[in-house]
Design a protein around this ligand. Sequence first.
Ligand code: SF4
Ligand code: SF4
Length: 279
Amino acid sequence: MLFAPVNRIIPFSNVDGPGNRMAIFLQSCPFQCWYCHNPETINMCIHCGICVPGCPSKALAMTHGKVHWDESLCEQCDSCIKICPHLASPKILTMSSDEVIDKLSEVSSFVRGITVSGGECMMHPEFLEELFGKVKALNMTSLIDSNGFVRFEDYPRLMDVCDGVMLDVKATDPKFHQQLAKHDNASVMDNLRYLLSVNKLTEVRIVCLPRFDEQNRKTIEDVVSIVKDQARIKLIRYRPYGVRKEGLDILGSASLDEELFLEYRRYAQSLGAGEVVSV
Ligand code: SF4
Ligand code: SF4
């Protein structure tokens, strides 16, 4: 039985893939994107204890050198997350695939399946393979929401039980991707082509940024030239909510201009994209 660090589970989500789905967010991500909306999912807790005195509900305590979270006392005020200087959270549950399936069983009459996101859920590929096999046995579907850091080609058995991948392409220009995500995009671009070739690319997600018009257009152009009309392209408008100071300094504290965002959608369509959605 395999285990993974779970940041949270949303029993019903209609924004994490087609239909109503249970969304599972796993902890840790190798990227540190400027616009990350949930930066507390980036790192694993290092048990420094800094957040413990800041909990107004006494839900946190240090026990044998490790921070312990008492879910029954927690009021979900998120003070601990705001205090943490390490882009982590003390509210992580280590769950087995069976425990996740138990959660799914509670809502299985109302959802089509699961979507696993993060953080970056592909940091835990063997766990996903085991979990998705169990979901398949329930006649439900499993989707991955990924930043493309880990090569899917290296996990053929996972691909057999995975129904599709929603892939983030943050930038196609390698230098800009390195700046934006603090990591290069070689594996992302390889994954884009690979997932398309094995018919597992459910959606490509592109975040459109203020102040980087040239890079936005290049990413849209490059993605459409590869994907054509073979997968849905989702354009996501930059919004500053939850973005940490580094990102706000670079991208600003206003959302991307709405008219420009709509122009990007028309641009993708003019290049020959199939379904383009903008959110
Ligand atoms: S969210 Fe964090 S700070 Fe707030 S009650 Fe829960 S453990 Fe304490
Ligand atoms: S969540 Fe952050 S502040 Fe709290 S113990 Fe872990 S690393 Fe330290």
